[in-house]
Ligand binder design. Structure first.
Ligand code: GTP
Ligand code: MG
Length: 171
């Protein structure tokens, strides 16, 4: 086959935090100032090599809007990596992290799923509406990896996926 491993990854978090932008930056190295809000679920494939392994990543990008919650929850099944995104310039998206983890507990079938917390939009002047320390502490207390990213400037985007995949390979 063309690859050694197929991994299923999932992007979740409030509407507008930048999930689709993170994915578009990772797969196509593009960014839209006017990215459209996701309707239901989107899907992209990305091939990468890591530790001499050829990997096929199937990445599911869910809609953050509440009205799609019933639909999107069915995509948690079997995900090996769950990437939970908040907007570090918008406190409400950080406050909602607990309810997103509740969704994960309810719908993820994989006990060993690797979880990563992503603080996106680090480029914004109002960044650190939520401090890095708060993000790190939340991640640590919920056994998650943590990274700061900007889909706009590329900062941390590749590294985010790489760290998740490295840990999936390791478990
Ligand atoms: P839903 O699909 O509704 O769940 O939202 P989403 O999480 O996919 O957010 P989306 O990627 O659509 O981004 C929302 C808005 O934030 C868009 O206008 C993006 O251009 C902008 N955005 C995303 N990432 C960044 C970033 O890192 N920095 C800045 N400044 N803007 C960003
Ligand atoms: Mg989206």
């Amino acid at each position: 086959s063309q690859y050694d491993h197929l991994f299923k990854l999932l992007l979740i978090g409030d509407s507008g935090v930048g999930k689709s932008s993170i994915l578009l930056r990772f797969t196509d190295d593009e960014f839209n100032e006017r990215q459209l809000s996701t309707i239901g679920v989107d899907f992209k494939v990305k091939y990468m090599s890591l530790n001499n392994k050829r990997l096929k990543l199937a990445i599911w990008d869910t809609a953050g809007q509440e009205r799609f919650r019933t639909l999107t929850s069915s995509y948690y099944r079997g995900a090996q990596g769950i990437i939970l995104v908040y907007d570090c310039s918008l406190r409400s998206t950080f406050d909602n992290l607990k309810s997103w983890l509740e969704e994960v507990r309810k719908y993820s079938t994989n006990q060993d799923a690797v979880k990563m917390l992503v603080a996106n939009k680090i480029d914004k002047a109002s960044a650190h509406g939520v401090s890095r320390a708060e993000g790190e502490e939340f991640a640590m207390s919920h056994s998650m990896l943590f990274i700061e990213t900007s889909a706009k400037t590329r900062k941390g985007i590749h590294q985010a996926f790489e760290e998740v995949v490295l840990k999936v390979l390791d478990t």
